[in-house]
Design a protein around this ligand. Structure first.
Ligand SMILES: Cc1cc2nc3c(=O)[nH]c(=O)nc-3n(C[C@H](O)[C@H](O)[C@H](O)COP(=O)(O)OP(=O)(O)OC[C@H]3O[C@@H](n4cnc5c(N)ncnc54)[C@H](O)[C@@H]3O)c2cc1C
Ligand SMILES: NC(=O)c1ccc[n+]([C@@H]2O[C@H](COP(=O)([O-])OP(=O)(O)OC[C@H]3O[C@@H](n4cnc5c(N)ncnc54)[C@H](OP(=O)(O)O)[C@@H]3O)[C@@H](O)[C@H]2O)c1
Length: 602
């Protein structure tokens, strides 16, 4: 969409007359008009209006949206733009380039579900290869034309009368601001896109390099340096073993304990791959590099490859019981991971064992499969430092006990400002911002729709499946959900559709009851709880496939709908269907058939 293309939204173009005289050729789509009083539209049944869609972000969510809109919507009936603040699309996998960055979900599941990649190099893919996969998707799907890089969405303001979002954008190179508009706004900005410096006094007084994992400075050499790594989350777990062999010495600052688990999808890894390989017995190495023969087998035998992928996903979906407090599976995991961590830390190291193994159940915080992390912590050049930090000086980090730890480089593996609310200003038709509307809580139905913010969909927001397994199926299915909403809007002449508050209240009442017995509510600080120890738990009350079943078909009965015309049945038009216009014989008789197969009318 061009910055100046602002006509049409108010019903002033796209048709050649007033309500009741809309052009009726089959494949020309016009912008919707507003009209009262009601008159019959001169169009075929459900003819789509032209829909303008703006998506914020071109990571996996935006890339998926562009592909799916082309697949699911009537060609020519929509315009789409993906506004991306970075120089290139790819999101997470462009921004996170720290040493060791990898997916802890098996690579064969970290693809779009319909687009398998037989030639992954490793069982757990490294960041660079994932970045290439998404870039390759953009090329293969031909969707680069929708992406406008270096463009940050600053604000979006809903105009209820016109049924459009007015969007303020900022060019990231010139800082020039300009405007666009769209009937539908998609928030594809991801959960973990906003890295922040930790709140540690004096952090920037340090005289050496200080870097955050999501903003790595590749110009800094770690060779022979004394390095401090702050944090024990999934990121630190990957950075520490990658830097340990390079640095002179390393201190790992641990404020909290963490479960370092066996890898996700370990069953298939062990049964199909490691047990048959020469490195299978090695304790710390859970990574596996595919041979050319194995890649060829995946490529040449799609049924085998599909079954391989399905078995891993089924394993992950079947483990959801571990999140039930005190369940046999939870207790089993606690025992197995405790034994495994103890064994991997080796004899001695009692203080580390006492500190690092959590009191809360596995899963309360995201468990981290740490390939080589525990082994790195007990290497002679590594010292774990326990407890909170006091401040940073120009020489190093001071811990709460007053001890100065002199360092050359500080690495903050301290996480993100998790996207509980969008990183742009969103204003509804009543002039209220999302922040004002939500107060200190989140108010998002199925992680996707917000009451009083119509025609706005978040891809996998708080309340979706943030904790279990790969995120991509939830992204895809939420994208499809948003497109189903778009199709309803454009085929039924809807101006504005927003979810009912009662529906959000009901789903949260279910969340609260459900999570009374899950491990997430135990005494751990987690970003699932907006960085707090006690809070509502914004995690889907079920495994991934349970979430997908829930959002596969929108429950339109949970929404308030306002139409463009005075009559909700305006879309019935002039009594014809599309096939009347195209003259398609089969299209005019779809229900006449030889057996009881499903039929539909376009
Ligand atoms: C280090 C790391 C490892 C991970 N590992 C896994 C894993 O193993 N398995 C898994 O399932 N998930 C993993 N994740 C989660 C991962 O973020 C998702 O799987 C997925 O990549 C999210 O895609 P997205 O498009 O929703 O968000 P992102 O990839 O974050 O993309 C959001 C895009 O929006 C853009 N954007 C943000 N704000 C604006 C704005 N105001 N204007 C314009 N553009 C904007 C950003 O620049 C970015 O390109 C990991 C995340 C991190 C950080
Ligand atoms: N799949 C993967 O392989 C992978 C890899 C990396 C990241 N990720 C994703 O990214 C998410 C975030 O992971 P993350 O490790 O970057 O962040 P995180 O899980 O939020 O962990 C941040 C760590 O920094 C510590 N910390 C923060 N502020 C601190 C301070 N002021 N002083 C001392 N310590 C401080 C935290 O301590 P406390 O625990 O005490 O708060 C915690 O140990 C993960 O949950 C995961 O979803 C995935």
């Amino acid at each position: 969409m061009s910055p100046s293309a602002t006509n049409g939204a108010n019903g002033t173009n796209g048709t050649n007359g007033t309500n009741g005289t809309v052009a009726n050729d089959a494949n020309t789509f016009s912008y919707p008009e507003m009209a009262t009083p009601y008159r019959v539209l001169q169009q075929y049944h459900s003819k789509p209006t032209k829909l303008r869609v703006a998506c914020i972000g071109a990571g996996a969510s935006g890339i998926c949206l562009a592909y799916k809109m082309e697949k699911m919507m009537v060609p020519g009936s929509f315009e789409l733009v993906l506004y991306e603040k970075n120089e290139v699309p790819g999101g997470t996998w462009v921004e996170n380039t720290y040493p060791g960055v990898a997916c802890d979900i098996p690579a064969h599941l970290y693809t779009f579900s319909w687009d398998p990649k037989p030639d992954w190099s490793n069982y757990y893919a490294y960041g660079g290869e994932i970045r290439k996969y998404f870039d390759n998707c953009i090329e293969r799907f031909g969707t680069r034309k929708y992406i406008k890089v270096n463009t940050r969405v600053i604000e979006a303001r809903w105009d209820e009368d016109r049924g459009v979002w007015n969007i303020t954008l900022e060019d990231q190179q010139t800082r020039e601001q300009w405007k666009d508009w769209a009937h539908v706004l998609i928030n594809g900005t991801g959960i973990l896109n906003n890295w922040v410096w930790p709140d540690i006094e004096g952090l920037h007084d340090f005289e050496g390099p200080v870097m955050h994992s999501a903003h790595w400075d590749h110009g800094v050499s770690f060779e022979g340096k004394s390095v401090g790594v702050i944090g024990t989350g999934s990121t630190s777990v990957q950075i520490v073993p990658s830097l340990q062999p390079v640095v002179k010495d390393m201190k790992v600052f641990m404020r909290s304990s963490t479960w370092v688990s066996p890898p996700f999808g370990a069953g298939v890894l062990n049964d199909d791959l490691l047990s048959k390989s020469s490195t299978g017995g090695e304790d710390s190495k859970r990574q596996y590099t595919f041979s050319q023969e194995e890649k060829d087998k995946f490529a040449n035998d799609p049924a085998y490859h599909l079954q391989f992928r399905r078995r891993i996903e089924a394993e992950i979906n079947s483990l959801f019981g571990m999140y039930q407090q005190g369940s046999a599976m939870s207790e089993h995991f606690r025992k197995v991971i405790t034994e495994e961590m103890t064994r991997r830390l080796g004899p001695g190291n009692e203080k580390l064992k006492e500190f690092i193994i959590p009191k809360w159940a596995p899963g309360c915080r995201r468990i981290s499969p740490g390939d080589g992390y525990l082994e790195a912590l007990v290497k002679p050049n590594v010292e774990p430092v326990f407890g909170p930090l006091k401040n940073v000086t120009k020489e190093g980090i001071v811990t709460a006990d007053g001890k100065l730890h002199k360092l050359d480089i500080i690495v903050c593996a301290t996480g993100f400002k998790v996207a509980f609310r969008p990183a742009f200003k969103l204003i509804n038709g009543a002039g209220q911002t999302l922040d004002e509307d939500w107060g200190d809580k989140v108010n998002l139905y199925l992680g996707v729709s917000a009451p009083r913010f119509p025609n706005y969909y978040t891809i996998v927001g708080p309340g979706a499946t943030w904790s279990s397994g790969t995120l991509l199926p939830s992204i895809e299915t939420t994208v499809e959900y948003s497109i189903k909403m778009m199709k309803k809007i454009q085929h039924e002449n809807i101006r504005s559709i927003d979810v009912q508050q009662e529906a959000v209240d009901d789903i949260y009442a279910h969340f609260d009851e459900f999570h009374k017995t899950t491990v997430f509510q135990e005494e751990c600080r987690s970003w699932f709880k907006d960085g707090k120890i006690k809070n509502r738990i914004y995690l889907w009350p079920g495994c991934t496939i349970h979430f997908l079943k829930t959002i596969k078909a929108p429950r339109f009965e949970d929404y308030n709908i306002r139409y463009r015309y005075g009559n909700r049945f305006a879309y019935l038009g002039n009594g014809e269907v599309k096939a009347n216009v195209t003259g398609d014989v089969n299209g005019l008789a779809t229900y006449v058939r030889n057996n009881d197969e499903e039929w539909d009318v376009e």
